[in-house]
Design a protein around this ligand. Structure first.
Ligand code: PDD
Length: 283
């Protein structure tokens, strides 16, 4: 596999970062995961806008020519890794770079950021998309800037470990009695025909797939309510689903052993799945 690191294309095994990198030492950086479909990057502009916003808030200087080159770098990696056909993902990470001495405060602005871009094949798990998953709830133990896609993912990693240990298919995180999102996806519930999801806030990441779901809902005449769903209320939802770049729209058919709706993917979920697939295949 060919990757891009700090201006250089190389094989993955030859790419290495400094032990002084602030991403490594402090988790001081952001990332994006972008879907590749037949060589095209789905909703690239939206991912780039979210990345630029994160870099701006964190004051990581990554602009000018280096920033402008990113789409061309992704294009080259797609070609070099033979991903012009089928599905894949781009992983993009930008950290505040390597700086000495190790000190918490931001280093001088001239410190070059570390830029990593990788492209890999990706195969969606068909079975869970068709049959749905048995999800669990875990406390949302994250910080109060979940709107930034930072590489600080330990609570998410712990949630994923819990999912694996309990042989579950999906995790719903709970903060102050309400479902916020999953560890790598957003959560939607269908209640009396209305699609509910947590509003834009510092407690969730505003997913690009979530925005696509809003678009499809509008087109299909499905009403949307930006309102948090309670941890007990969700058991009575007719449908629940998870949405994300590497999740697509994954039905949730039970939560902590409580059956959701009829215990199988519902009609709204299926319409949204079709709408997403259509957009991914045609845009
Ligand atoms: N995760 N919420 C969280 C916490 C996420 O990490 C993600 C994405 C989403 C969905 O966002 P989007 O639709 O833009 O992918 C929501 C990526 C894919 C990951 O960590 O691998």
């Amino acid at each position: 596999m060919q990757v891009y690191l700090n201006g250089r294309f190389s094989s993955r095994d030859d790419a290495a970062i400094s032990i002084n990198d602030r991403g490594f030492l402090f988790g001081d950086g952001i990332y994006e995961v972008i879907r590749i479909i037949n060589g095209r990057l789905f909703r690239l502009d939206a991912h780039m806008r979210r990345m630029d916003r994160g870099l701006g808030v964190l004051e990581i200087p990554f602009t000018g020519q280096q920033r402008a080159e990113l789409p061309a770098i992704m294009g080259k990696l797609i070609a070099d890794n033979r991903l012009e056909k089928g599905e894949g993902t781009i992983y993009l990470q930008i950290t505040r770079g390597a700086a000495l001495p190790r000190t918490h405060a931001y280093p001088p602005d001239k410190t070059p950021p570390t830029v990593l871009v990788m492209a890999s094949p990706f195969v969606p798990v068909k079975e869970i998309l068709e049959k749905g998953g048995h999800a669990i709830m875990v406390p949302d133990i994250r910080w109060s800037r979940c709107d930034l896609k930072t590489i600080n993912l330990l609570p998410n990693v712990m949630a994923a470990h819990e999912e694996k240990k309990r042989n579950a298919g999906g995790v719903l995180m709970v903060r102050d009695g309400f479902i916020t999102e999953g560890y790598k996806n957003n959560v939607f519930a269908v209640i009396d025909g209305v699609l509910w999801t947590y509003p834009d806030s510092p407690y969730i990441l505003s997913g690009i797939t979530r925005d696509v779901v809003f678009e499809i809902a509008e087109q299909e005449g499905i009403a949307v309510r930006l309102c948090p769903v309670g941890e007990k209320q969700i058991f009575k939802a007719d449908e629940v689903m998870l949405t994300g770049t590497i999740t697509d729209i994954q039905p949730v058919v039970s939560i902590d052993g409580h059956r959701i709706g009829a215990g199988r993917p519902g009609p709204v979920t299926k319409r949204l799945q079709q709408g997403l697939r259509h957009r991914m295949d045609t845009e």
